[in-house]
Ligand binder design. Structure first.
Ligand code: SAM
Length: 220
């Protein structure tokens, strides 16, 4: 099954792509339901990118987050940040998972950040910052999540920002990394713990084509 659906000739086939579309609709429907239970609103709406090199606001499906964080045991001393948090899907997932420490997100698009801040105000440990991820110091965080906020060139610059400013080790969870994640391979200070391709999970297709995620430890 796996090698069959990962074949571009198969998933780019018109009939097959209709099935994927339907499956994605079902994932969105289910996610919207979960969002409403945690946040009171759906976080599914897509908003266009506001800057060249940055991506638009698209929420990571919960089934992807379950896969990425399935073996992770968080500690009260952990502090989490989603770089480019969009409407806050990853923050909502962390709330649902009872993340024991501080949960933060930074978002460039003011309107989208306001949306996330609005639902998050009922949770004392969630903080949404409006602004540019390049202007933030990440030394107060131990776990960084990125759901492809940048295109490769900006991603490289962001890695430079982390490398020059961080003074303690951090974990990086990077979803949709197939275009730029290789940049970290063999790079000084970066150790890869996981790299996986995801397409089909728990009976659903999670995207129009296979996507990759990776998990890293950076030690300055
Ligand atoms: C693909 S969305 C991911 C949303 C969320 N992290 C998730 O996974 O559900 C990427 C988000 O990154 C934001 N972004 C892009 N460049 C940014 C920057 N320089 N600073 C802060 N946020 C940024 C975009 O506005 C967009 O909302």
């Amino acid at each position: 099954m796996a090698s069959f659906i990962y074949n571009p000739k198969v998933y780019k086939n018109w009939f097959f792509s209709r099935i994927v579309c339907l499956s994605r609709w079902a994932v969105n429907f289910r996610d919207s339901f979960v969002d409403k239970r945690i946040c009171g609103v759906s976080l599914n709406k897509y908003t266009e990118s506001v800057r060249k090199g940055s991506t638009g606001s698209q929420s990571t499906p919960y089934i992807v987050l379950q896969e990425i964080f399935k073996d992770v045991k968080f500690q009260p001393s952990d502090s989490f940040i989603d770089v480019g948090c969009g409407r806050g899907r990853v923050l909502a997932y962390m709330v649902r998972k009872n993340f024991p420490g501080k949960i933060s997100g930074i978002e460039l698009n003011e309107e989208v950040a306001c949306f996330a801040r609005d639902w998050a105000k009922k949770y004392d440990n969630v903080n949404v910052i409006s602004g540019d991820a390049f202007n933030l110091d990440y030394n107060s965080f131990s776990i960084i999540y990125m759901g492809r906020p940048f295109e490769p060139e900006l991603f490289h610059r962001f890695i430079g920002h982390l490398e020059t400013t961080l003074s303690h080790p951090v974990s990086l969870y990077y979803w949709v990394e197939q275009e730029s994640g290789n940049y970290l391979d063999g790079r000084k200070g970066w150790k890869r713990l996981v790299r996986k391709r995801l397409f089909w999970r728990k009976g659903y297709f999670i995207a129009n084509s296979p996507q990759r995620y990776s998990v890293w430890i950076f030690t300055p």
